[in-house]
Unconditional design. Sequence first.
Lengths: 216, 223
Amino acid sequence: MADSSLLNERENAAARFKAGLWRENPILVQALGMCPVLAVSNTGINALTMSLATASVLLASAIVISTLRGIIPPQVRLACFVLVIATFVTLTDMLIEAFALELHRALGAFLPLIVVNCMILSRIEIMASRQPVPVAALDALGMGGGFMLGLITLGSLRELLGRGTLFGTQVMPESFEPWQVMQLPGGGFFTLAALVIGFYLLDRRWRARRTAEATT
Amino acid sequence: MSDENGRGGGTSVLRIQAVLVAIALVAGLAIAAVHEWTRPMVMAQRGGLLGDAALEVMPGATNYLIYVRANDSQLRLLGDGDTPELFIGLDERGRAVGAAIVASGMGYADVIQLVFGIDPDGERLTGMRVVTSRETPGLGSKIVDDMDWVESFGRIELQFDDQRELEPLRVREDASHEAGEVDAISGATVSVRAVTRIINESLVEWMPKLREEFDDLAGGGRG
């Protein structure tokens, strides 16, 4: 799935940014980092904090790794990557605990688990460890943005249907009976599946239109 | 792997170690610095959380006095930079309605910190709230989320043997709260046992003090 382009070292940085947001969206297309995606997407605010934390860790790690790519010995590159990622995760964890304890309690064990988020490690290994800082940073921004986009959509939908609220504000009419299942893990799977299907149909239609325009 | 990227070559073991050590050193320093910086903020927030939890486990309390143990194990009122250890709950007219004890111990994943309430006569519990925990989401985390279970602590009566010695709480399925039993939760066995153990150990430590000094403490202690 567009993977052949991932290794192309001379790829345009702006294209990398857009790829992460849509064509190679980490949640909807690559299906990476599914554990936090399903676990903390029960409300919009949880999804926002979690995805923002993940995106910040990815961006910071990508910049550091890309800067150090010349001196990191290939034999221990994974150890170095994980060390850098773990440091930023720990810092993020401590900052969220200091400034937003309620959110920290809601996200619980999933914050430290960002260390093993495979989306981050894959971006570091594929892009940041081989590309100059601007390309690595834009790629991280695109992938982080795509992750946020997917997770916040998922969280908002589940909160809307499961609680009748959106980011804590009541939006559904009083008569609306919340769908309990949407707040449970099962609801996460259903919503994710629906999102992926919707994404695929939309993407196919757009591509068809673009080819039609190109041929006429 | 290395050669196709054109960055391999004759990397010596010494250089590999130097790079690893350097990165680890910088990482460690960064974490230590941020830890030092955020610690006071985290402690202040946790102090607020402990106070909120204390009010929830002492029915009828609208305010409280906070005590800590001094070095000679005597109790004194909370000072700057102390972590609360004991709350004495006061109602609107300033009468003592109970006590809340802060206790912590190892859970399944990390240290569990909780607050539990006890009535003025020291005969029954009046509530329990877990303040800090990192138990497995969906399993051990039921000790925080399962409100039926959390509320059941308000009905637990302490048991004493013939010598008025406190008997520890036990975990059981279909527990009878009047007989000093805590409900087991399937999926959260370890976490439930941990909470029960933490409360038992804390009771042994605090009961004698509370029996002797409750009235003193309710009046604001010695000075």
